[in-house]
Write a protein that binds this ligand. Structure first.
Ligand code: ZN
Length: 151
């Protein structure tokens, strides 16, 4: 018995994003670059925010930050965020080490073509003309004689 995939808004958004990433990055090399860039950008952003929060916290501890306007973030909030970000940064660092190994792998052009071919099957362009025509055919009434002739 096969289980139906969940159709909640979060999952639907995930399926759409998943398919979009296959459609827009349909080769092995493009997936390598995409995932490498994605890990790097996440790491860059997390460590910049971490540095900024650490600076803010030490400023407050030395009472220099009292006159600054951004007191809407509490010290507890900053401390908690720093704990979370510290563990995220550690995990991202580990993922980066693994991604580096994946990034070093190479495949032939023939296999790249296979990647493109499978990507087209997995995530066809929703605005592609063939796809639109196909959708129109599928949305005809099930008993229509037209549809029987197609099969
Ligand atoms: Zn769901």
């Amino acid at each position: 018995m096969t289980e139906e995939p969940c159709q909640c808004p979060d999952c639907q958004r995930f399926y759409r994003e998943h398919d979009r990433l296959i459609r827009e990055f349909p080769t092995f090399k493009e997936q390598q670059e995409l995932n490498w860039a994605s890990i790097q950008s996440f790491r860059t952003l997390c460590s910049k925010v971490t540095n900024e929060l650490q600076r803010k916290l030490s400023e407050r501890e030395s009472n220099l930050g009292n006159t600054l306007e951004d007191t809407h973030i509490t010290d507890i909030e900053i401390t908690e965020a720093l704990d979370e970000l510290e563990s995220v940064n550690a995990y991202l660092y580990s993922i980066e080490a693994l991604m580096e190994k994946i990034f070093d792998r190479k495949i032939s052009n023939n296999i790249e073509s296979k990647f493109k071919e499978i990507a087209d099957e997995l995530a066809p362009d929703p605005l592609n003309m063939d796809r639109l025509i196909l959708n129109r055919l599928f949305h005809q009434t099930p008993d229509s004689p037209d549809k029987k002739n197609i099969n």
